[in-house]
Design a protein around this ligand. Structure first.
Ligand SMILES: Nc1ncnc2c1ncn2[C@@H]1O[C@H](COP(=O)(O)OP(=O)(O)OP(=O)(O)O)[C@@H](O)[C@H]1O
Ligand code: NI
Length: 354
């Protein structure tokens, strides 16, 4: 893990300008993904997961905007400075994306085979029988049975799970190094979901893919991620290796999310959910955005923005919460966070989480 990350996101800020307000959908997040690693982003609906994915892909639509000072480096190359044409090339070859709804990536009027062959023609210059053979191999790689025959079928002839496999095959035609999966299994039933996760795992191993995996489901995160970033109202509030996060969640929000997993609590206890909604982040975070829902909030939480501090034995386990560093007095903790916050505002960009 000492090598350069494949993807390095630093102080990413993506806003939507509406008539009434500026929504800070992604508000200064930083994280890395290393080669062959699966990094998860987890959080409730509206926390900014998909906007993060779209920002990395360069497909944030108006009235959205990735603010200056944001940095997204892919293999060391700054993506936020690319022209539209250069960004299209990155999407065509380096980074692939799988969405929740496979229909978003498939055209209903063309056969599956047509669409995969088209992708092979554009990205690898393959045509004719060669493209057909490669398309069959790709469908086989994603475990679609009877691949040769199914090439001639249309998306509506595929089940939901098979459609998602076909989308993954189409994406593999671009031979990407990096995959962004935004809730790719959310619309599928549990058995099919497990199969798709397994498929991603295998593909990752075979092709040494790096994956950014987005979900609201802690169970799915436990299955697939090596490292997890927990998002709340546009910010990452806790970041840790997956075992560490589950064994030792530190932020009260993460504790709440984990309490909300079925099967995690003692017998008979009903499913715990966190009361209240994720606020729409529309002003500068000069306080903790989770405080209104936090069972452990105290006065300072409304007045001081928490910075990321080390919270576990693993130095890679950090949380943005005024309860930490645990061993300090409340007064010391608050002034520590206040000074970290002031420091990050002095710096022009990046490194907010360092
Ligand atoms: N086109 C848009 N215009 C205005 N606001 C937007 C737009 N797209 C997203 N947002 C806002 O950005 C915030 C984050 O949205 P995002 O889609 O990233 O959430 P999410 O974490 O992916 O949620 P979900 O689990 O529901 O997919 C939300 O408050 C949303 O209202
Ligand atoms: Ni989303």
């Amino acid at each position: 893990m000492a090598d350069e990350p494949v993807l390095s996101v630093s102080n990413l800020q993506t806003v939507f300008h509406t008539d009434k307000e500026t929504i800070r959908a992604v508000d200064g997040i930083s994280f890395d993904v290393h080669e062959g690693e699966t990094v998860g982003i987890v959080g409730e609906s509206g926390s900014g997961k998909s906007v993060t994915a779209r920002s990395i892909m360069g497909i944030v639509e108006s009235p959205g905007e990735v603010l200056p000072g944001s940095s997204i480096k892919f293999n060391g190359r700054e993506l936020t400075e690319l022209s539209d044409k250069e960004y299209r090339e990155v999407r065509g070859s380096g980074i692939g994306m799988v969405f929740q709804d496979p229909q978003q990536s498939l055209n209903p009027v063309y056969t599956i085979g047509n669409q995969i062959r088209e992708s092979l023609r554009i990205n690898q210059g393959l045509r004719g029988e060669e493209a057909r053979q490669e398309a069959i191999e790709l469908l086989e790689a994603v475990a679609i049975p009877d691949a040769a025959r199914r090439l001639d079928e249309y998306p509506h002839e595929f089940s939901g799970g098979m459609r998602q496999r076909a989308v993954i095959a189409m994406m593999l035609a671009c031979d990407p190094e990096f995959l962004i999966c935004d809730e790719p299994t959310t619309a599928l039933d549990v058995t099919i979901q497990a199969q798709i996760l397994e498929l991603l795992d295998e593909l990752q191993e075979e092709r040494n893919l790096s994956i950014l995996f987005i979900t609201h489901d802690m169970g799915v995160i436990a299955e697939i991620a090596d490292r997890v970033n927990v998002m709340y109202a546009g910010q990452i509030i806790e970041s840790a290796p997956v075992e560490d996060l589950f064994a030792n969640p530190k932020h009260p929000y993460t504790e709440g999310l984990l309490g909300a997993i079925p099967g995690q609590q003692a017998d008979g206890e009903s499913l715990r959910t966190i009361e209240g909604d994720v606020p729409t982040p529309n002003e500068e975070a000069t306080y903790c955005r989770f405080a209104p829902r936090c069972p452990e909030a105290f006065d300072a939480c409304d007045a001081v923005a928490p910075a990321h501090v080390s919270v576990g034995e693993d130095p890679d386990h950090t949380a943005a919460c005024l309860l930490y560093p645990e061993e300090q007095t409340e007064e010391a903790r608050v002034s520590h966070h206040r000074s970290l916050g002031a420091k990050s505002r002095e710096r022009p960009a990046g490194d907010v989480n360092e």
